[in-house]
Design a protein. Structure first.
Length: 146
């Protein structure tokens, strides 16, 4: 079992979170399990039910929305296009659950299954890593730097 350090790239301050796991992929999952507890902002990004936020941007394409953010297609086609985009990162079942969440404004984020919330958090962690807003290092590597 190894220790990994996650470092957020905040403009005002950096946050360090230590996670113990067998490998880096398991460390990412453990970090994702706590993501919404650690950073309320990440939950808020998802919670915006499909509004134009950093989380949703890659799922909404110009094939779904017009420039004024209106629907370009009938409702069923919009759902199919959105589901196809979501299925690039999520299983079909989770994509369906997310679509239901998006199109039912009375649905609360806490009503999503634990599996859906974890999968969403995993995608958010991957996005943060890719955008360099989050970095991960093995603790041994960090010790060798200091």
């Amino acid at each position: 079992m190894g220790d990994y350090i996650f470092i957020t790239d905040e403009k005002k301050y950096e946050t360090l979170i230590k996670v113990s796991a067998k490998n880096i992929e398991k460390a990412k999952t453990k970090y994702a399990e706590k993501l919404w507890e650690i950073y309320d902002l990440e939950q808020k990004e998802f919670e915006r039910n499909g509004e134009d936020s950093s989380f949703w941007g890659k799922y909404y394409s110009d094939k779904i929305f017009s420039r004024d953010r209106g629907w370009l297609h009938e409702f069923d086609k919009v759902k199919k296009l959105l589901k196809a985009n979501l299925e690039k990162d999520f299983s079909s079942d989770i994509a369906e659950e997310i679509i239901y969440y998006i199109f039912n404004s009375d649905k609360d984020i806490d009503e999503l299954t634990d599996k859906a919330r974890l999968d969403i958090a995993k995608v958010q962690v991957q996005n943060l890593l890719e955008d360099n807003f989050l970095r991960i290092y093995p603790l041994d590597e960090m010790r060798s730097i200091s």
